[in-house]
Design a protein around this ligand. Structure first.
Ligand code: SF4
Length: 216
């Protein structure tokens, strides 16, 4: 019985994924749908050659698909500022290196059905790496992040900040109540909002939609 439900869920994810892939393609992205995180990882490994440098900003999704280990095995140089052993000076350099690497590998906070990506950032490094770069950008996006419209996308992006606050042991009001209250806290992590209306010009923009729940 459970298998029957799984099959229906998988079919619904594929139908929605195909809709979003079509919308993204019309907006200039090279987009594809895959059913599982294993297939997402295989797609990422197909897109990134051995030995390339890869910037990975704050993203749970990319960690969940196991990209770090496989890219390192293939001799890729990975830049990522979530490494807790970095000094403040090293961290600042890694943030710059992430955005300048050959490939910028990330997810999104939300994706509308009509193909707009919405992200909220604290430092601004992730949204700046999305908005401009001479490198190739690859988004890996779980089907759970697809929403109906822009209002829902912004709401979802703010909601995604709550587990991020908790991951960082933060003290903003959302950590207490479990939802965004559009706070005025000095520790607020929601500081820059980016809406990608189209694939940005001057670089390759890939999107891999995954038929599983991934990331926050
Ligand atoms: S309460 Fe503040 S820190 Fe928390 S999600 Fe909302 S704006 Fe961001």
């Amino acid at each position: 019985m459970a298998g029957q439900f799984d099959e229906a869920r998988a079919k619904a994810s594929k139908a929605l994924g195909d809709t979003v892939v079509k919308a993204l393609a019309e907006k200039g992205y090279e987009a594809e749908y895959v059913a599982s995180k294993e297939e997402a990882l295989a797609t990422v490994l197909k897109l990134i050659p051995s030995g390339a440098s890869v910037g990975i900003p704050g993203t749970v999704t990319i960690r969940e698909i196991g990209a770090f280990e496989k890219l390192a095995e293939r001799g890729c140089k990975i830049y990522q500022h979530w490494n807790p052993s970095l000094t403040p000076e090293e961290r600042a350099q890694v943030l710059a290196d992430e955005n300048a690497a050959d490939y910028f590998l990330t997810s999104t906070n939300a994706l509308t059905r009509d193909g707009r990506l919405v992200n909220i950032d604290g430092n601004g490094n992730r949204v700046s790496g999305m908005a401009w770069g001479r490198n190739t950008i690859i988004y890996v996006i779980g089907i759970n992040k697809v929403v109906n419209n822009l209002d829902e996308a912004i709401s979802r992006a703010r909601g995604a900040s709550v587990p991020n606050v908790l991951r960082l042991n933060g003290s903003t009001p959302c950590a207490q109540v479990g939802h965004c209250v559009d706070c005025n806290s000095s520790a607020r992590i929601c500081r820059a909002l980016l809406i990608m209306e189209r694939a940005v010009a001057g670089r390759k923009n890939h999107v891999v939609i995954v038929g599983e729940n991934l990331g926050f």
